[in-house]
Write a protein that binds this ligand. Structure first.
Ligand code: URA
Length: 199
């Protein structure tokens, strides 16, 4: 089969295979149970990008299935979306030991594979969850200054709208941040509508 008539699912599976073949972050791979690639609809207009899998994600092989994932699902439902309407992934695809922050070199190692995922899915909007995925799309920006604000960027050949949001895990136990995230989520339908109008 040629690359051009491979389905999106096959292309995403090939990216997964490349991460394993090329032994990306072998130290993380050695302690992880699963490589967590993504979940949801490969034809989605919206892709959410978190940080790295946690314990539950590592065990189940799916992103955002623990407490932060439950909160993410609730916020999706609040704007009439569910996980099958969007695609959800992380910048780093293996769980860092003891849920430590991913290292700069780990994010750098996985970045080309994230780009390949976006090339296949071809979303109009990328929603970054937390600063780890934001900093790659909007370098030098502070999440506290720009959360919830859509930013147009030129991304390779394409234009992309980035919406930086706080990470649901950070908002879970911080009432103020939680309300900010809920409010930012409430503005997503309008951002999606405006993005579609301007395409
Ligand atoms: N936090 C993340 O950033 N990603 C997950 O998949 C789970 C928790």
């Amino acid at each position: 089969m040629t690359t051009s008539n491979q389905s999106k699912t096959e292309k995403l599976a090939a990216i997964r295979a490349a991460i394993i073949d090329q032994q990306i972050t072998p130290e993380l791979a050695a302690t992880a149970t699963n490589l967590v690639m993504g979940d949801g609809n490969p034809d989605a207009d919206i892709v959410f990008i978190g940080e790295a899998p946690g314990k539950n994600e590592d065990q189940q092989g799916l992103p955002f299935v623990g407490a932060a994932g439950k909160f993410l699902n609730e916020m999706l439902a609040s704007v009439n979306l569910n996980r099958q309407d969007v695609y959800i992934t992380n910048i780093v695809k293996y769980r860092p030991p003891n849920n430590r922050d991913p290292l700069p070199e780990e994010k750098k190692a996985f970045w080309p594979f994230l780009i390949r995922q976006l090339d296949v899915i071809n979303p109009a909007i990328v929603i970054t969850l937390g600063r780890h995925s934001m900093e790659y799309f909007l370098p030098g920006k502070k999440i506290s200054d720009i959360h919830g604000q859509p930013k147009r960027i030129q991304f390779g050949e394409r234009k992309l709208v980035i919406v930086p949001l706080f990470h649901p895990a950070a908002a879970l136990y911080n009432g103020g941040l939680r309300q900010t995230l809920v409010d930012d989520f409430a503005s997503l339908p309008r951002i999606v509508e405006l993005t579609k109008q301007s395409e």
